[in-house]
Design a binder for this molecule. Structure first.
Ligand code: FAD
Ligand code: DLZ
Ligand code: SF4
Length: 511
């Protein structure tokens, strides 16, 4: 008798996935497929492909051990058609299936493809909601309705109330919702940051590493010293290690950056949350418990929980509310191509070099490197959103469009005109100098405002304000900056414009 094909995508590696519920072991088949289209529609970082393929293969083994029938298509299988649509069509024929059951994907592009399968394949297609998030279906849409601008802070408060997280008698514990003001310490160079939890590759991972080295040789990134978790058990060990060793200082040094220290006190669980190996609620509850036992202070625990219960859910809500139009937005009309040094790391700007080099090595950079170094540069230099988005989607092992696009187009590039963020996160070199030790090792001088030796962020910052006056001048939160600009002597403005034109022509040439 015909059964259902239960498709599980690479970022759906959760045993409680909606499309695996009510599975009939006698008749149904789980389909998992490594497909070249997903690997190359943007040419993903080698480490990201290796992580996902190894995690997929381990997940398939776990399902088989439960007695579930899994049809696993490897990248190098002879008949592999190279796409999800092709593999689903082949599987329907192979298994004589009468139904396909899937969970909503994390990308609009894939959802559109899935919606065409009923007509293309002549079988029933059931697309189930993805209930692995903390925001219940419909809640974001109702909250957003009628609001011109969305602010994470207010959504986050709703989520705290809804899930009763860090609440006491209907009020936030400690009397405040947000402890961000305590989370902006400069780096302390005497700190010994704990080593990240890493795992020696087993036979499955070793095989995948060889496959990726051969098939993705031209892709960005390194595979050396691969130590990612590739199973849920390992991902849970990463979460435990974070709570035990890093969480207490997570808040204080959340924004700090130290040269050659990529991991800091961050959790490094984004890869696992987004692939489905960890659930957001278990990370939130583990952090909350650490506050209750007195293991970690409130500024750390609240700061960490806000990232997951607040930001992560908020950007997902915006993505699905605003797609597909969101991907094409370019409020500031930025149009420069991405300069080559985003790939090579060959630049005299030490902050950029450090952030790019570590991204190449680990497919990881923490939030402030993504936002205030790399993103800030892309914003100030006027690089086109589609190029910047592609880069971020390629280079980070936790990047999927639902989370990458709102962060890049909304938070970093202000491409949505202020729907997600109240103002652009633009900053000069002083901010990077305060939050890192990068400037000490840089060929540019952070204290200099103009000339060949000056830190490029300094003049590019003012040039950005000048270029975008029509679009940003009326923003109340930018008022102070524009008033400072208006007090500048005309000769100073000429210097800023000349330095910026020289730098951009040399380092970020227009198409
Ligand atoms: P931690 O700093 O330890 O934070 C804990 C968790 O909170 C993260 O794992 C993540 O799940 C969540 N989180 C924190 N900030 C955000 C945020 N702004 N949006 C959504 N979730 C958040 N995160 C991704 O998961 N995928 C991306 O593709 C991605 N692209 C980004 C691009 C830019 C330009 C910026 C500024 C941020 C981006 N982020 C992205 C958010 C954030 O930088 C990463 O989630 C974080 O650095 C992952 O490292 P971690 O697990 O150590 O996080
Ligand atoms: C990112 C990725 C890559 C590189 N390869 C695969 C793959 O071969 N098979 C698969 O099922 N998923 C892969 N993924 C993750 C998908 O791109 C992801 O599921 C969609 O973008 C939806 O979020
Ligand atoms: Fe970056 Fe400027 Fe500091 Fe150099 S001087 S590291 S370019 S902020």
């Amino acid at each position: 008798m015909a059964g259902a094909i239960r498709l599980v995508l690479g970022d759906q590696l959760s045993h409680d996935l909606a499309s695996l519920a009510d599975l009939d072991r006698a008749k149904d088949v789980v389909l998992m497929a490594e497909v070249i289209e997903e690997v190359t529609y943007v040419r993903h970082h080698k480490r990201k492909v290796a992580f996902l393929f190894s995690a997929m293969r381990h997940f398939a083994e776990e399902l088989r051990a439960e007695g579930i029938s899994v049809d696993y298509i490897r990248l190098d299988d002879d008949a592999n058609s190279g796409s999800f649509s092709g593999e689903v069509a082949r599987a329907v024929a192979r298994h004589d299936a009468d139904r396909i059951i899937v969970t909503e994907p994390g990308e609009h592009r894939i959802l559109a493809a899935m919606q065409g399968w009923r007509t293309e394949l002549g079988v029933d297609v059931e697309i189930r909601g993805d209930d692995r998030f903390m925001c219940p279906p419909g809640m974001f849409e109702s909250w957003a309705e009628g609001r011109k601008q969305l602010r994470m802070e207010f959504f986050y408060r709703e989520m705290r109330r809804h899930h009763d997280v860090l609440m006491e008698g209907g009020e936030p514990v400690g009397g405040k919702w947000n402890y961000d003001a305590d989370n902006r310490e400069s780096p302390d160079l005497s700190l010994t940051v704990p080593k990240p939890t890493a795992f020696t590759p087993d036979a499955i991972t070793a095989e995948v590493l060889a496959l990726v080295a051969a098939r993705c040789a031209e892709h960005f990134g390194d595979l050396d010293d691969f130590g990612f978790a590739v199973t849920r058990a390992q991902a849970l060990a990463v979460l435990d290690g974070f709570i035990a060793e890093r969480l207490p200082l997570f808040g204080t040094y959340q924004d700090a950056m130290i040269a050659d220290e990529p991991w800091m006190y961050h959790s490094h669980i984004g890869f696992y949350l987004n692939a489905g190996l960890l659930r957001p609620a278990e990370a939130v509850r583990a952090a909350e418990a650490a506050w209750h036992t007195g293991h970690a202070p409130l500024n750390a625990v609240e700061g960490f929980i806000r990232q997951i219960l607040g930001w992560r859910e908020f950007v997902r809500g915006i993505y699905w509310l605003k797609m597909p139009d969101y991907a094409g937005m370019n409020y500031l009309e930025a149009d420069r191509p991405l300069p080559e040094f985003f790939w090579s790391g060959e630049t005299g700007m030490n902050c950029m070099k450090q952030s790019i080099d570590q991204t190449r090595r680990y497919a990881y950079a923490h939030h402030i490197q993504r936002l205030m170094v790399l993103g800030n540069f892309a914003l100030l230099a006027g690089i086109a959103p589609r190029h910047v988005n592609e880069w971020y989607l390629v280079v980070y092992a936790d990047a999927y469009e639902w989370v990458e696009l709102p962060n890049v187009s909304g938070m970093v590039l202000f491409a949505d005109g202020g729907y997600l963020a109240s103002k652009p996160y633009a900053a000069g070199g002083a901010y990077i100098n305060r939050m890192s030790n990068y400037c000490a090792g840089c060929r540019y001088k952070v204290a200099r405002k103009n000339g060949e030796e000056a830190c490029p962020f300094n003049y590019l910052y003012w040039d950005f304000l000048i270029r975008n006056r029509d679009r940003l001048g009326g923003n109340a939160r930018m008022g102070m900056m524009y008033r400072s600009l208006d007090r500048m002597a005309p000769e100073k403005i000429d210097l800023i414009r000349a330095d910026s034109a020289r730098f951009l022509a040399e380092h970020v040439p227009a198409a």
